[in-house]
Design a protein around this ligand. Structure first.
Ligand SMILES: Nc1nc2c(ncn2[C@@H]2O[C@H](COP(=O)(O)OP(=O)(O)OP(=O)(O)O)[C@@H](O)[C@H]2O)c(=O)[nH]1
Ligand SMILES: [Mg+2]
Length: 200
């Protein structure tokens, strides 16, 4: 399958559960803690700067659907677990995420982003188990690997083995700065799209 990633655009932004609906494209979902690098990774993957990146955590408060080459959606979920966000906002964020996961019937893959320098948190554990309870395909993207020394990098996968409960889960190290991991992730996305749909 040939995918022209640069041929992408923002399709829809959703702020509230009642705006959620099923569109007619497969969805590749990006979730993770606030500031983990979701928007940067999406921009790197697409090769165009569509998603807003900020120094201030909690930037993406909505669900953003990007349509890629008129073939599928990349779905950028709001970051979870940003401590300074008011409690009501937090609840709204997580409710929007859980409502999305419940209501979408087109999810082909959920990519869980984890900062390669910060061990997974309790919320990461909850998010992973939640996704798995739906039987959704799941992979882990370890972000910001350009910030690691070579020695730290080689220990990285081992250090989060406890979090990954099966060898079947793909783990990709990614840098939005150097684009390390981009080809590998694109390959995985193609595989999942082919497995679940009849796209050609
Ligand atoms: N060095 C380095 N910095 C990165 C990388 N990815 C993201 N960053 C930085 O991390 C910060 C957060 O990046 P975002 O892409 O906005 O993260 P996010 O997960 O979308 O954040 P929210 O929308 O707040 O949930 C920014 O300052 C980015 O420049 C990376 O691969 N390498
Ligand atoms: Mg973001």
């Amino acid at each position: 399958m040939n995918i022209d990633y640069q041929n992408s655009r923002l399709f829809k932004t959703i702020y509230k559960t009642d705006q959620l609906k099923n569109f007619n494209f497969p969805e590749i979902v990006f979730m993770g803690r606030s500031n983990v690098g979701k928007s940067s990774l999406i921009n790197s993957l697409l090769g165009v700067k569509l998603a807003k990146v900020s120094q201030t955590p909690g930037k993406t408060r909505s669900i953003n659907y990007y349509v890629v080459d008129e073939k599928f959606f990349l779905v950028d979920l709001p970051g979870f677990g940003y401590a300074s966000t008011s409690k009501i906002e937090m609840e709204r964020f997580s409710k929007l995420i859980t409502d999305y996961l419940v209501s979408s019937s087109n999810i082909n893959l959920v990519c869980h982003l984890i900062d390669s320098r910060i061990p997974p948190t309790r919320l990461d554990e909850i998010a992973k188990n939640y996704v798995k309870s739906f039987g959704l395909d799941y992979c882990i993207l370890l972000t910001k690997v350009d910030k690691l020394k070579q020695s730290e990098k080689s220990k990285l996968i081992n250090s989060i083995k406890y979090f990954i409960d099966t060898d079947a889960v793909s783990v990709i190290t990614y840098s939005a700065k150097t684009h390390e991991g981009k080809k590998e992730l694109q390959k995985l996305i193609t595989l999942k799209l082919l497995q679940k749909t009849k796209l050609n």
